[in-house]
Design a binder for this molecule. Structure first.
Ligand SMILES: NC(=O)c1ccc[n+]([C@@H]2O[C@H](COP(=O)([O-])OP(=O)(O)OC[C@H]3O[C@@H](n4cnc5c(N)ncnc54)[C@H](OP(=O)(O)O)[C@@H]3O)[C@@H](O)[C@H]2O)c1
Length: 312
């Protein structure tokens, strides 16, 4: 079968013929229709996330067909079986039903990215009137974070990112109320200008590093500052004075049980249907995986979807 495989650290996946996976007890065999590309797929190949064995087939989520013909979402593929391949095997507890009419790209966006936004924002216990800052707002986690924050009753939603045109488009659609352009030299001053009198009450942080440090410094006492990613950097520095009376929480949704993640995914599907949510996606064919990889290494402002089946 055709698959996008990566053979060694710091190389780019390429499409090649590989044998079909053997049966493994406790898994479902899935014909892959579409797969999602995640920032962590790139980090694995850089050797800074979960150290997968090489060679391995890229990807950990997608939408496909069970042998019965039922269309499903699947995540957390077995490490070497991947998602960027015509057929994969996935633990049964990671294969979740989806509505017949749901768009595959939207469903995939609500998987790893959606759960990565929903769980931390629920655990931040947003209160009516809270000023919520979504960093990296232009990416899939950020876009969904804005929609979730609205659904959970945030007062004012402030979107922070470097691409001001994308942020303004989000404001025009009502996804955010205020725009903060990052990366202009003084993130702290830019964030403070939209922090209100008391500062941000809740922050969803997929960036870490300098922009998160700046946001922390202009957060309210009692802030619930939820860090879920390191798109900007892997460390940040705070004094104890800055940390006092504030909570910084690092969240890894991947270690939550399949039942908890599936329940979160089902809530997201329901919210998306009720609210008419749309997450920006960017589609590539399987043969174009190197271009998709390059896009993910930049700032695509969208969930990258790989069309795997020719007649999906
Ligand atoms: N902890 C969990 O459980 C969990 C679950 C899901 C995802 N995640 C993580 O969440 C993060 C976001 O995921 P995503 O899919 O939304 O990622 P993404 O699309 O690659 O990046 C999100 C946004 O970050 C900004 N950005 C990218 N590189 C940056 C840099 N060097 N400095 C500052 N800003 C930068 C970009 O906005 P601008 O270019 O407009 O600034 C981009 O739109 C990733 O690190 C991912 O691994 C974690």
């Amino acid at each position: 079968m055709r698959a996008a495989r990566v053979d060694a650290l710091n190389t780019v996946p390429y499409v090649t013929d590989v044998p079909f996976h053997e049966d493994v007890a406790g898994t479902h065999r899935i014909k892959v229709l579409y797969a999602g590309l995640q920032p962590t797929d790139v980090l694995r190949v850089r050797g800074i996330y979960k150290n997968p064995p090489f060679p391995h087939i890229v990807g950990g989520e997608g939408v496909g067909l069970l042998p019965s013909g039922q269309r499903v979402y699947f995540g957390h593929s077995l490490p070497s079986s991947g998602a960027f391949c015509e057929e994969t095997i996935v633990p049964v507890e990671e294969v979740w039903p989806i509505p017949d009419t749901a768009d595959a790209g939207q469903v995939i966006a609500l998987g790893l990215a959606g759960i990565g936004a929903l769980i931390p924002l629920e655990e931040a216990h947003i209160k009516p009137g809270d000023r919520v800052l979504i960093l990296g707002a232009t990416g899939p986690v950020g876009q969904i974070g804005c929609m979730v924050a609205r659904r959970l009753g945030a007062g004012t939603i402030v979107g922070g990112a470097r691409d001001v045109a994308r942020l303004e488009a989000m404001r025009a659609k009502g996804l955010i109320d205020e725009v903060v352009q990052l990366g202009q030299g003084d993130d702290e001053a830019a964030l403070k200008a939209h922090a209100g009198e008391a500062g941000y009450n809740v922050v969803l942080d997929p960036l870490f590093g300098p922009p998160a440090e700046a946001a922390f410094r202009v957060s309210a006492e009692g802030v619930r500052f939820m860090s879920i990613g390191t798109r900007a950097a892997r460390t940040m520095t705070l004094t104890l004075h800055e940390l006092r009376r504030r909570s910084h929480i690092g969240v890894d949704t991947g270690i939550r049980s399949p039942e908890e993640r599936q329940a979160a995914f089902d809530r997201l599907l329901a919210y998306a249907a009720e609210g008419g949510w749309h997450i920006d996606t960017l589609e590539f064919g399987l043969e174009d995986v190197p271009a998709a990889w390059e896009a993910q290494n930049g700032s695509p402002g969208a969930k990258i979807i790989i069309k795997v089946a020719q007649n999906g």
